[in-house]
Design a protein around this ligand. Structure first.
Ligand code: KIV
Ligand code: ZN
Length: 542
């Protein structure tokens, strides 16, 4: 631990670890986790509620769709800094600056690799050339954004870079105007004591003039441990994601780092984060729902079993005093614990308050919609629980433009035989119908939707993944269907993949809702330019 108080850098209040959330950038780079602009905005709003300090909203040079998403978040969120990532090369920083300059607090994040392995095999640059590019683009960012904005520099693959060269780079970029220097453990190679020592050296060198930040990947399962070792060594910004989502094995998880700071204050003297931890569970559920990345039951802090006690000895202890086996309370991360919530006689106000307690502020038309669906569900189901309500709230399709709607369907299916389905849809205001057979009822209906829309669109959705889960227990449980799909005309691993989800007590209906939403997203992406190689460009990022 540093023996003298570490200055936090020009933009970080003393006593604070700045929480830089990169769920919408590094998290979205997890294969198959692509989000639409509307979904990104929804997650950004949840991050504002959580009170993170910085939202890294994306990589604007990747595609027009990415630029638009970052720009919307910069324009529509307040009380938070909005960061955009850019390579140190002509075009990228300008696109990023254009996207974020409307933000209340713009935060430009430029990076270049510094390890010999990346320089020789990926960038084909010498150390001197990489250094010159780093200095050039940091200076450019500072000149364009002025004194009051953040300009952050990341040395990609820092933990495998020659430490002497790395220190030289950090000193040079701080001289050129960087207010934050980030130390990424890009491939999750570092070990906590070693990483802490490296961070300490950077803090000693530039910690008086810049905030020292860390960005840890989880390839060896050490991302949280490395991040915490870095904080003890003087880092005052941590780059994290909800649920630890991110490239390969993911990034350090926000909930683990934040709850460790809060639960073990003596290990992090006089340091805290601004995060309202009561919103952690809602944020975790939302990200899991929109990306389709299920949280493993034994995941720290947000897993379904994180506060469950199975053995008799543990249950007995917790009943006598929860402190016996719980180091944090379920309430501190937003697990309210109550079950029965709404019946047919419940009012809008009560529902709004309940949703607020569950971490969702819903008002106006959105509240009316959730209310109608909750009441309709109460007609079909004995008990409408917290889990049902959360599923209804999360089910809203954001503002995805809906050019295709499902008007009706029927299907026949029997043991050992093929299934036949027919659907009626409205596509661009025109009613259409389709018929098909399939190896099961869902397959037959999906083919029937294809039959109805293919003649107009010239493609149909190709299913990449289909998953069905019960939201609650019991025979009348709602089924939630999650799918991933791409356009049939886009072959190959680089194709744009959209997600779709559906929720109903009838699993066929839920399956159709998910498929039609996926088709709508593909259509919207086709129209707004997000299809134009965006995944390919993003896949090249670290
Ligand atoms: O992992 C990494 O190196 C990154 C940088 C761009 C910060 O994501
Ligand atoms: Zn990363």
């Amino acid at each position: 631990m540093p023996s003298v108080p570490v200055p936090a850098g020009p933009f970080v209040p003393a006593g604070t670890v700045r929480i830089f959330d990169t769920t919408l950038r590094d998290g979205e780079q997890a294969p198959g986790a692509g989000l639409t602009a509307a979904e990104k905005l929804e997650v950004a709003r949840q991050l504002v509620r959580l009170r993170v300090d910085v939202i890294e909203a994306g990589f604007p040079a990747a595609s027009p769709g990415d630029w638009e998403a970052v720009h919307r978040i910069a324009r529509e969120t307040r009380g938070v800094a909005v960061a955009a990532l850019a390579r140190c090369r002509d075009g990228d920083p300008q696109r990023a600056i254009e996207a974020i300059k409307v933000a209340e607090r713009p935060h430009l994040h430029v990076f270049i690799a510094t390890s010999d392995i990346h320089l020789a095999h990926k960038l084909r640059l010498t150390r001197e050339e990489a250094l010159a590019e780093a200095v050039r683009w940091v200076r450019h960012g500072r000149e364009q954004l002025g004194r009051d904005a953040e300009v952050e520099f990341s040395a990609e693959d820092a933990s495998r870079t020659d430490p002497e060269f790395l220190l030289h780079v950090y000193e040079a970029v701080v001289g050129a105007g960087a207010s934050t220097v980030n130390i990424p453990d890009t491939v999750g190679y570092a070990i906590p004591a070693e990483f802490g020592a490296l961070v300490g050296r950077v803090v000693d060198l530039v910690g008086r003039d810049a905030t020292v930040s860390v960005h840890c990947h989880n390839d060896l399962g050490l991302a949280t441990a490395n991040t915490l070792a870095a904080v003890q060594a003087g880092a005052r910004q941590v780059e994290v994601t909800i649920n630890g989502l991110g490239e390969r094995a993911g990034n350090a998880s926000l909930e683990e780092v934040v709850m460790a700071l809060r639960t073990r204050p003596t290990q992090f003297p006089h340091l805290g984060s601004r995060v309202q931890t009561e919103h952690i569970t809602a944020a975790s559920r939302l990200v899991s729902h929109l990306t389709g990345f299920t949280v493993q039951p034994n995941k720290a802090v947000v897993g379904a079993n994180a506060f469950a006690h199975e053995s008799g000895i543990h249950q007995d202890g917790v009943i006598k005093n929860p402190l016996t086996y719980e180091i944090m309370t379920p309430q501190s991360v937003g697990l309210a614990g109550s079950q029965l919530t709404i019946g047919k006689l419940s009012g809008r106000k009560g529902l709004q308050k309940k949703l607020h307690d569950l971490g969702h502020d819903v008002a106006g038309d959105a509240l009316d919609l959730v209310y109608r669906e909750a009441i309709a569900l109460a007609d079909r189901k004995k008990e409408v629980t917290d889990a049902d309500l959360l599923a209804i709230v999360e089910q809203r399709s954001g503002d995805v433009p809906l050019s295709i709607s499902l008007d009706g369907w029927s299907v026949t299916s029997s043991h050992g035989g093929r299934s036949s389905g027919s659907v009626r849809v409205t596509l661009d205001g025109e009613e259409r119908s389709g018929e098909a057979t399939g190896n099961g009822p869902v397959n037959a209906l999906y083919r029937a939707v294809d039959d109805a829309i293919r003649p107009v669109l010239g493609w149909e959705p190709t299913l990449v993944e289909y998953e069905i889960r019960a939201v609650t227990e019991g025979e009348d449980a709602q089924g939630r269907v999650f799918i991933r799909c791409r356009r049939s005309v886009d072959a190959g691993p680089g194709a744009y993949v959209a997600t779709g989800h559906g929720l109903s007590t009838n699993i066929i209906e839920a399956s159709l809702e998910a498929y039609v939403l996926g088709a709508n997203k593909l259509r919207a992406a086709e129209r707004d330019g997000s299809l134009a190689g965006s995944r390919r460009a993003v896949e090249r990022l670290p």
